[in-house]
Design a protein. Structure first.
Lengths: 339, 348, 340
């Protein structure tokens, strides 16, 4: 088991390094000169050279990479060419916002998908099945941006149940930044009202972000459940006298759930990375907007930081999923001795 | 039909096949399983030769090696004078002379092709005859295997299990091979269908003179259908002989145990069924074999014997044409006979 | 069709059982009016080919046939009616009064849970009073009872670490865990090697005799029934076409189907130039209600009747001769002529 985990982690590390190299090279291959972009077309050669030296662009590639990586690990993520700020504090709050949204969206999607799949397969309840399937269809077929817009218009503006765009109401002050997650920070500060407001604002964007992944997971999970429901071991459990529900929950669900782990993990990683459109729509100060502008202006540090962190997140999640598989499925661990 | 040469149809000479077994993800322990560990026998033309064994005996692996589907790690297999190699051109030629019928007819037939197409395919692959010729042969073949030619337009799923097995047979025989390897052709069908298929196989043999290599685990079928047999265990031949040799004058303890384990429905012919129990196959026990006989850990005769423990017996002739791989052939009843009796009336 | 036991010393009594599977356009009438009784400690074999409905009988007895498929008729265990009973009552019976051993050892166990836990599940379902240690000890004892070596250690292993034969032993352990009155084994050895099959069957027989349970062995293997059962019931087209003492039925079958089945198995010493007797035609289409005897289209013996057509139009009568009975027109005529 230990060797299993170690192997996975080493592989993860290799992946992250690989991603960072790739990002690094890609940014520098793109035609264009960041120095010129900064100073404009009228800049003199001397000024350009000077700025380039300042940016560290005159060093050989590998040296630049080395400097960058060593700095990165120590927390210095460079400077944004555009904003002039240091990248780390800049990205930190934006990442926190995106991750908070991503986690909420995933939890909603996952719980919703699981509940819907289990309920519709345990008792073949036609009406519920139709509702679930219909929602899944909408989720998979409709652009999230459109769904978000409709939600905002109907639920927020017309019905006023949920607030409009933004992380908090105008009157509510942001909490002390401990984690960057408003929800947690409010709780830590004991501010219940702030907490509720943050949650309130999270709902619509989370639904918008999570609907498509949720629909996907629902269908996947449901297909697996239907498959497993025909398995002999389920019948055998019932033959022992185990009740229908208990047999279903203890035997069918874990076996059906196992193959969906990978998909769940990947979707989760995706959702953490933020979505430009949704952030734009809900005025959510996340990572998406910062990165797209960074790409446009060839703001190396911003883009690289984003890629590195995203890669890190994906890889960690992926490794965790692998380990989780090993924990849940005994067949994947070590050597089985039977035939 | 093809001229019967006097040379053996199949010669298997010290064949070895290895399976690579690697378990852990990062190139951990990788072992080699000796799936076929030095098997030799020869099959005369027109003979029905049975290979009997349980799971793990290597019989199916051997069959696949004979077709060139699996490479040999040592030794040789010769079909009708031509060695079986991995060379593509020679394999192509080989497959006109040797064909295989599989256990699971359903799985071996492409569900999207019609019966006619399936049977015609081998002719196309080997570039035999014109289109008209081929169509004619397909019809003849269908009739020979007892299927209505009208079924040629149906798909496999529209046929019964027995009918599918016949299609598999037709497909193998249409290229007029010298040798047909049958891998458990009747295990997956009902008893009544089994009888039909066996009768059909007999008729086909009578009319074409084809040689059968019959892989089987059902001893009653083996005794009935085969002329000569080998019994395999863990990759090696334990006993070889004619049907009568093995079933009436059994020499090897494993064969005897196998025979005693087969339930017989005919009350008047119930062999004096003293069941010879042997311990269940256990991976741990296999590790104890070392240089000795591979059956020793489970052998009622030689389990604790020094000779059996230290030396792997060779396949020796105990009677003309009858060979056994055992240090104590013929001693098939164990020293202590089990108290178990198969007849219910004798139960306490 | 009762077979000898007229008083209710029968631990299991089935009367006119019908099972209808709802599938697509038409129903599949898998079981069409099956009646039999099993005495305590008796070993009965149910023989049939695939599609004969024999497995459905077992499932129906345990109430495991799901809606919308239907079950009609009566199944009485020790006098108590099981059809129509509530889920709760049925759960109390399954695994306690009736144990079932399923056919495929490879897929009968949950791959994600240890063997020990699955055996414990069988016990726990009926013994809420035992604590964890007691449950574990009971499970280890069961593993030992079914001849699993090193039960203490193997208790913690997972299904994929067990061989096929071992898994079947576990299945047996789960079925006998609560000392059932009836043990039903549905093709328990089909997927196993011959030597393993013999071990398992001997084990089963020993346990059944020790626990004085009745055993119902469902199989297509005539040999198994001959070796391990006292009585046999032959199933064809959803009905029991012949039943009686095993040795007698196999020596002198009264029903043409039984005779044909026996004749199609190679006899020891039979030479390959002697073709095997076989049964023409295909198994009956269970979607269609039969007219008369469902074996009629394939029966060659009926040509001995003065009016062979009667088999395809009139349901054959139940002909009883001592402990043996058969549903056959020909048998009726022959028995009649035998007794003058």
């Amino acid at each position: 088991m230990k060797r299993f985990i170690l192997t996975k982690l080493l592989g993860a590390l290799a992946a992250v390094i690989g991603a960072s190299i790739l990002a690094f090279i890609l940014m520098r291959i793109i035609p264009g000169d960041p120095a010129r972009l900064q100073l404009g077309p009228a800049a003199t050669d001397e000024a350009l050279r000077g700025l380039r030296r300042e940016m560290g662009l005159d060093q050989p590639m590998w040296k630049q990479y080395w400097i960058y990586m060593t700095d990165f690990i120590q927390g210095d993520w460079g400077r944004s060419f555009k904003f002039g700020q240091r990248v780390f504090p800049l990205m930190r709050s934006r990442f926190a916002a995106s991750v908070e949204l991503g986690i909420t969206a995933f939890v909603l999607a996952f719980v919703g998908a699981t509940a819907a799949a289990v309920l519709t397969t345990y008792r073949r309840n036609k009406p519920l099945e139709k509702v679930a399937n219909g929602t899944a269809h909408i989720g998979l077929g409709t652009p999230p941006f459109w769904i978000g817009l409709i939600l905002l218009l109907l639920v927020s503006q017309k019905l006023g149940i949920f607030p409009g765009p933004g992380r908090l109401d105008a009157e509510v002050a942001a909490p002390n930044k401990i984690t960057g997650f408003y929800t947690i920070d409010f709780l830590l500060a004991g501010d219940i009202r702030g907490f509720l407001d943050a949650v309130h604002h999270l709902v619509l964007p989370a639904i918008t972000l999570g609907l498509a992944p949720g629909a996907f997971l629902y269908r996947l999970f449901r297909a697996n459940l239907l498959d497993v429901a025909d398995s002999p071991f389920l019948l055998v459990a019932r033959m022992k006298g185990v009740g229908r529900l208990r047999a279903f929950v203890r035997h069918a669900v874990p076996n059906a759930f196992l193959p969906t782990l990978t998909a769940s993990g990947l979707l989760f990683g995706q959702m953490l990375g933020g979505s430009v459109l949704i952030e734009e729509l809900f005025n959510w100060p996340g990572v998406g907007a910062a990165v797209t502008s960074g790409i446009r202006t060839q703001d190396f540090s911003v883009v690289q930081a984003f890629i590195l962190i995203s890669a890190l997140m994906y890889v960690v999640i992926s490794a965790l999923i692998d380990v989780l598989y090993g924990v849940i499925d005994p067949r994947l661990r070590g050597q089985g001795s039977g035939r | 039909m093809a001229e019967r040469s006097s040379q053996a149809a199949i010669v298997i000479d010290d064949a070895h096949v290895h399976h690579r077994v690697g378990k852990s993800v990062v190139g951990g322990s990788s072992g080699v399983v000796l799936a076929v560990d030095g098997v030799s026998f020869s099959v005369a033309p027109g003979e029905t030769f049975g290979v009997v064994g349980e799971s793990g005996s290597g019989k199916s692996t051997l069959a696949r090696a004979a077709l060139g589907l699996i490479p040999l790690a040592g030794g040789s297999i010769t079909i009708d004078g031509q060695p079986v190699t991995q060379d593509r051109a020679s394999l192509q030629r080989l497959r006109r002379r040797v064909q295989m019928v599989f256990q699971d007819a359903t799985a071996s037939l492409d569900p999207r092709m019609t019966v006619g197409e399936l049977i015609e395919e081998p002719l196309i692959v080997h570039d035999i005859g014109t289109r008209a010729d081929r169509q004619q042969r397909v019809v003849t073949m269908l009739e020979q295997v007892g299927l209505d030619p009208k079924l040629a337009t149906r798909k496999p799923k529209q046929l019964s299990g027995g009918q599918r097995q016949r299609v598999g047979l037709a497909r193998a025989l249409i290229v007029e091979p010298q040798v047909v390897i049958l891998d458990e052709p009747v295990s997956a069908v009902d008893v009544s269908v089994q009888a039909q298929i066996l009768n059909l196989l007999s008729e086909l043999k009578a009319s074409t003179g084809v040689t059968y290599l019959f892989i089987v685990h059902d001893l009653a079928v083996a005794e009935y259908f085969c002329d000569r047999l080998v019994v395999m265990y863990r990759g090696a031949v334990m006993e070889e002989g004619t049907s009568a040799d093995l079933f009436e004058r059994v020499q090897h303890p494993y064969t005897a145990a196998l025979l005693s384990a087969v339930p017989v429905p005919d009350p008047s012919a119930k062999r004096m069924h003293r069941w010879i129990p042997i311990d269940e196959a256990d991976a741990a026990a296999d590790d104890e074999v070392g240089a000795g006989c591979r059956f020793r850990p489970r052998c009622p005769v030689g389990r604790n014997d020094e000779l059996c423990r230290s030396s792997d017996p060779a396949l020796v002739e105990v009677a003309p044409g009858h060979r056994a791989r055992c240090h104590y052939p013929g001693q098939t009843t164990p020293v202590s006979i089990s108290a178990h009796s198969a007849h219910p009336a004798e139960q306490d | 069709m009762s077979t000898g036991s007229t008083t209710d010393d029968a631990v299991l009594r089935v009367d006119d059982l019908h099972v209808n599977y709802r599938s697509g356009v038409s129903d599949v009438h898998a079981v069409r009016g099956v009646s039999f009784a099993v005495r305590a400690g008796e070993r009965v074999g149910v023989v049939g080919e695939s599609g004969s409905g024999k497995s459905s009988i077992a499932l129906a007895m345990l109430g495991l046939i799901e809606r919308p498929s239907q079950v009609r008729g009566s199944v009485r265990l020790k006098g108590r009616e099981l059809t129509g009973a509530s889920e709760k009552q049925l759960n109390a019976v399954r695994g306690k009064e009736i144990g079932l051993i399923y056919q495929d050892p490879m897929s009968a166990l949950d791959p994600l849970r240890p063997i020990g836990a699955q055996i414990v599940e069988a016990i726990k379902a009926h013994r809420r009073d035992l604590n964890r240690d007691q449950l574990r000890d009971a499970a280890v004892a069961l593993l030992a009872a079914v001849d699993v070596p090193n039960p203490q250690q193997r208790y913690r292993d997972y299904p994929h670490e067990y061989s096929g034969g071992m898994r079947q032993r576990v299945a047996i352990a789960m079925a006998i865990a609560n000392d059932p009155a009836v043990l039903i084994a549905d093709e328990p050895t089909t997927a196993l090697d011959v030597t393993t099959q013999a071990s398992i069957m001997h084990l089963l027989q020993r346990l059944v005799v020790e626990q004085r349970s009745a055993m119902v062995l469902i199989t297509h293997n005539l040999g198994l029934v001959a070796e391990y059962c006292e009585r046999v019931m032959v199933v064809y087209g959803g009905r029991i076409v012949e039943s009686g003492d095993v040795d007698r039925v196999f020596a002198r079958p009264e029903h043409p189907y039984t005779a044909a089945l026996l004749a199609s198995v190679p006899r020891p010493g039979q030479m390959s130039n002697e073709p095997l007797a076989y049964i023409e035609g295909l198994p009956p289409n269970l979607r269609v209600e039969p007219q008369g005897c469902s074996f009629a289209p394939r029966c060659t013996a009926r040509l001995r009747l003065p009016d062979p057509q009667i088999c395809s139009t009139v349901m054959p009568p139940l002909v009883v001769l001592g402990e043996q009975s058969a549903e056959c027109h020909l048998a009726a005529v022959q028995i009649g002529s035998r007794h003058g």
